[in-house]
Design a protein around this ligand. Structure first.
Ligand SMILES: *Cc1c(COP(=O)(O)O)cnc(C)c1O
Length: 400
């Protein structure tokens, strides 16, 4: 393999760029995970991690990928044959529903076109018709990473309340937590599912569940088999800052650092930054004359933009050109949209100039790969970023 000079652009929607501060934190010596120092560290971490979920309830952290945290949410709250309501928005919602079926749950998977997400009205209608309250849980993906489609969880919660339905609300926030506005307590979410390698700016390897009182109550009677994922074993040990088995010690150091960075920037500023980058990216895509996958502007993702390739052109061939020539990785089309879609990840440790570079790489790649498009997308994004910067930058009186 020959050396590629300069920095690789990792613009897949997770794993994301791991900042130096986090890498340094992770490189600290591994210590005894049963010793007093680790217990004190664990207690502090388990408390501070709540902030990013905006919850006062316990957060459980597994050494796992996000998929493990999906499974933990289901097996800790449900029993074999329980009915679960889920919505097809893209590959991740599809995989979560598949998992629920394989675990022995009775899944109603509301079909979707992979270009729009569920509406609150859909949720309300289905739950209102479920007079016997047979659905035990509603599973929603906050930000469907495969299609760049966002679902408004506050609206889903209101729809459930209007229907007077007691089902648990489970939300996959794997590619939105620490990047897009998220409020576990305020939105009445029962289990929030997250992972380390997206908005939280860590390498892969941590899966998280934020719980609620109702989720803990459901846990008492849930009959699906669980061992590794058992919340009770976790919560018992977590009381003293420990874990029932070896935690991913060094990733937890990284998490502590990432949470500090998010706190220093301020959650609201983090959200605004991702919104801004999403908008700038969509302006670029429109200027190129290409189409974003998400049809409904109220469902645009702040962390990932999925772009439709023009008919007859291969998204994977295009991505290969961008990687080989410009040393940038773009996200592939997953599942049904394999080779038809490429994805631009704009989340995690990211700023305006990194986005400008990313969009320049996409635009140059389109030209090199011979994909029909109009020039000026990166410039359109820059214009938006400039306007936003001018708005934010108040020149003090007397400076001019
Ligand atoms: C990445 C992702 C997953 C899967 O997480 P893994 O860490 O790959 O197991 C699930 N849901 C969403 C929305 C994701 O973005």
């Amino acid at each position: 393999m020959s050396y590629s000079s300069g920095r690789h652009f990792l613009q897949i929607p997770g794993p994301t760029n791991v900042p130096e501060r986090v890498l340094r934190a992770i490189s600290a010596p591994t210590i005894d995970h049963r010793g007093g120092a680790f217990g004190r560290f664990g207690l502090e971490l388990l408390e501070s991690v709540k902030e990013v979920f905006r919850t006062t309830s316990p957060v459980v952290i597994y050494p796992s990928s996000g998929t493990g945290a999906w499974e933990a949410a289901l097996v800790n709250t449900l029993s074999p044959g329980d009915k679960v309501l889920m919505f097809e928005v893209g590959q991740f919602s599809t995989l979560w529903a598949d998992m629920a079926r394989r675990l022995g749950l009775d899944v109603t998977f509301v079909p979707g076109d992979w270009r729009t997400g569920p509406s609150a009205a859909d949720v309300e209608k289905i739950l209102t018709e479920d007079k016997g309250h047979t659905y035990k849980a509603v599973g929603v993906v906050h930000n469907e990473t495969a299609t760049g489609i966002y679902t408004n969880i506050a609206e889903v919660r209101k729809a459930m309340d209007r229907a007077g339905h007691p089902a648990l609300l489970m939300v996959d926030a794997i590619s939105s937590l620490g990047a897009m506005d998220y409020r576990h307590d305020e939105w009445g979410v029962d289990v929030t599912i997250a992972g380390s390698q997206k908005g939280l700016m860590l390498p892969p390897g941590l899966g998280l569940n934020a719980l609620s009182e109702r989720a803990l109550a459901a846990n008492k009677t849930a009959k699906l088999p669980k061992a590794y994922w058992d919340w009770q074993a976790m919560l018992g040990q977590n009381k003293a800052g420990f874990f029932p088995y070896t935690p991913a010690t060094n990733l937890l150091y990284g998490l502590k650092e990432a949470l500090s960075m998010i706190r220093e920037e301020g959650l609201e500023n983090v959200y605004a930054r991702h919104e801004r980058h999403g908008e700038a990216t969509r302006r670029a895509v429109r200027t190129w004359g290409l189409e974003v996958v998400a049809k409904d502007p109220t469902q645009y993702s702040g962390t990932v933009t999925a772009v439709l390739m023009p008919e007859g052109f291969s998204a994977d061939a295009f991505r290969k050109v961008v990687l080989d020539r410009f040393n940038m990785s773009l996200g592939s089309g997953l599942g049904k949209v394999n080779d038809k879609v490429f994805r631009i990840g704009h989340l995690g440790d990211f700023n305006d100039l990194m986005l400008a570079g990313t969009l320049c790489g996409v635009e140059m790649g389109l030209a090199v790969a011979g994909v029909p498009h109009k020039q000026g997308g990166a410039a359109a994004a820059m214009e938006h970023l400039t306007a936003m910067a001018q708005q934010a930058h108040q020149v003090p009186a007397g400076v001019r």
